[in-house]
Ligand binder design. Structure first.
Ligand code: PEP
Ligand code: MN
Length: 358
């Protein structure tokens, strides 16, 4: 492992570095004339994924130039293939792209079922919908809670679509995990490490959204909290970060999508809905996300977008979702990947010769 030290590093700091290195089984050599580049070579003990942060945490270490010999669990070691996450009919990573679609919030049974059937027919393999909603205002619709979970269970039984739904509170993990195939950890909760640990222990797949102010490294370390619990079923989701411009709700960070695809073996998807905040931008941002290498999309869909009880401005109609699915299939093919769709009802995509089953 190679470290770079800050210019003000003292001899006493170097002694601290030697001690920490010794404790973790490394020997230290100073490289370069100013002794600010350090090579650490393992001499004894067992490599640990925590080695990197142990050195990164030292105040006089400016950065890690080259990875530790025990990569962090989310890290893509040289030559490591994509981890493919399979949930129900969906597959994310490697050659597979999948679509998650549904309303921002579960509103009522008939509407949820209508959306589920429409998005399944268009090419989605997972149904999303919040029962517990993280609303910025305490006076806004907070979701139907347990009743919403029951409606999701009914939609699952009627359509066979796997369910993605958010869990906000560690105390709700058990109830949400009874219904969900994928537990969503929202942007506001990305750094709630107690929630991440509890959700990870459910054994369910986790869809982890990037915090709106989180760096790529902080995002990956949040995923590391899940992996460190022994749960490897993590789907990273870029949903836009805070910018200065109100033209879009957030800034879809496609650069970070491309970066993450190289930095980690975990699958990465894009949520263009929360990035755009405006329905008419969801199709172009979907294309941008997939072109940057995303392994899937999560899209907010509503049959009457202007009636949606939350995030109405960004909800696309079922017809627009079908267009997005056709574009996703075409972009997948361009990259020699496949859009995975449900086995028996994928006419809009399959009839174009583009839908491929995993
Ligand atoms: C959502 O998916 O409806 C949601 C609340 O997203 P985010 O956590 O990205 O704001
Ligand atoms: Mn929403």
């Amino acid at each position: 492992m190679l470290l770079r030290l800050r210019p003000a590093t003292t001899d006493a700091d170097r002694e601290v570095l030697r001690r920490v290195a010794r404790e973790r089984g490394y020997e230290v050599s100073l490289l370069g004339r100013d002794g600010r580049v350090i090579e650490l070579v393992r001499r004894s003990g067992v490599p640990h994924p925590g080695d990197r942060v142990a050195f990164e945490d030292l105040s006089f270490v400016a950065g890690v130039l080259e990875a530790a010999d025990a990569p962090e669990l989310s890290e893509r070691a040289p030559g490591r293939e994509d981890t493919i996450l399979r949930v129900g009919e969906a597959a994310f990573g490697g050659p597979f792209i999948s679509l998650i679609a549904g309303p921002c919030a579960v509103e009522d049974g008939p509407r949820l079922l209508e959306i589920a059937r429409a998005v399944r027919a268009a090419g989605a393999t997972l149904l999303r919908g919040g029962a517990f909603k993280p609303r910025s205002s305490p006076y806004a619709f907070q979701g139907l809670g347990q009743a919403g979970l029951e409606l999701l269970a009914e939609a699952r039984a009627a359509t066979d679509l796997g369910i993605v739904t958010e869990v906000l509170d560690p105390r709700d993990v058990e109830a949400v995990a009874k219904v969900a195939d994928v537990l969503q950890i929202g942007a506001r909760s990305m750094a709630n490490y107690a929630l991440l640990a509890e959700a990870a222990q459910s054994g369910k797949a986790l869809l982890l959204k990037r915090g709106m102010m989180a760096t790529a490294r902080e995002f990956l370390l949040a995923a590391e909290h899940v992996l460190a619990q022994g749960n490897e079923r993590v789907l990273l989701c870029e949903r836009g970060v805070r910018g200065f411009d109100r033209a879009t709700r957030n800034v879809l960070d496609v650069g970070t999508v491309a970066h993450l695809k190289r930095a980690t073996h975990l699958p990465v998807i894009v949520d263009p809905s929360h990035a755009a905040g405006r329905a008419e931008l969801v199709l172009p941002l979907s294309k941008a996300g997939l072109a940057a290498g995303a392994d899937g999309l999560m899209i907010e869909v509503h049959p009457q977008p202007n009636e949606a009880r939350s995030d109405a401005a960004q909800a696309v109609s079922t017809a627009v979702f079908a267009e997005i699915a056709v574009a996703a299939a075409a972009l997948a093919r361009l990259d020699r990947r496949h859009l995975v769709t449900c086995k028996d009802v994928c006419e809009p995509v399959a009839s174009a010769g583009e839908g491929v089953r995993a």
